[in-house]
Write a protein that binds this ligand. Structure first.
Ligand code: ATP
Ligand code: MG
Length: 203
């Protein structure tokens, strides 16, 4: 039997109310107030840019942030040029050694240790509301740092502190410990279509 538009509208409204009831119940159940750890992995584009976008939100609310980028690109990135100037941001790019292009294990190890010291300090600092550890997961993939140290520092950090971490793959211990994990899939990328990497999009 065909429904009249009025009947259909009533059914739609009932469905929407049911959905709202479910969402309201979930909202009522989420009462805990504390900082969260967020991990973004996967081969698709959008991990670092999402982390910096979230940091912009935190800054907008007057919060303080520390950034540690564990991989230094060839060029100065837009995020460093922009957020590096921001009075609420302490911005660190892993000094020498680790880039996408060159490999020098000794230098890389030294740089990884130094960057981890900065990250560890931020994770222990009450005044830092938001910590961004960009591309940190490569340090575990290449064996320069121990993921258990990160898991421990995350567990012991100030209760209100939010942390975001990025990288294509992450070790099991980290995957198991974070509050939120999103995996960004690569459905298509302009690069595969022959479009050259560009400022403002890639770096
Ligand atoms: P973005 O910084 O744009 O959010 P990302 O952090 O998700 O990217 P990374 O894995 O860190 O990506 O890759 C670093 C660089 O490679 C970035 O310049 C990004 O734009 C580019 N890139 C990301 N995903 C792809 C892909 N699937 N194919 C080609 N290039 C990519
Ligand atoms: Mg990235």
């Amino acid at each position: 039997m065909e429904r009249t538009p009025e009947q259909q509208a009533q059914i739609d409204m009932a469905k929407r109310l049911k959905k709202k009831e479910v969402v309201d119940k979930k909202i009522a159940a989420a009462t805990e107030e504390r900082g969260v750890s967020i991990l973004l992995t996967g081969n698709g584009k959008g991990k670092s840019s999402s982390a910096f976008g979230t940091m912009a939100r935190a800054l907008g609310h007057g919060q303080n942030a520390t950034v540690v980028q564990f991989i230094k690109g060839r060029k100065e990135t837009g995020e460093q040029l922009f957020f590096g100037q921001h009075p609420q941001v302490s911005f660190h790019v892993m000094g020498h050694g680790f880039t996408w292009e060159t490999r020098d294990p000794e230098l890389e190890q030294k740089a990884a240790n130094q960057a981890w010291e900065v990250a560890k300090q931020a994770l222990a600092d009450e005044r830092v509301n938001f910590v961004l550890l960009d591309e940190i997961t490569y340090m575990y993939k290449y064996g320069y740092l121990d993921a258990d140290d990160l898991v421990e520092a995350l567990a012991n950090r100030p209760a209100h502190q939010n942390v975001m971490m990025t990288g294509r793959t992450a070790p099991r211990a980290l995957l198991d410990s974070v509050d939120t994990h999103s995996k960004i899939a690569n459905e298509r990328h302009a690069f595969e279509g022959g479009v050259k990497a560009q400022a403002g999009i890639e770096w």
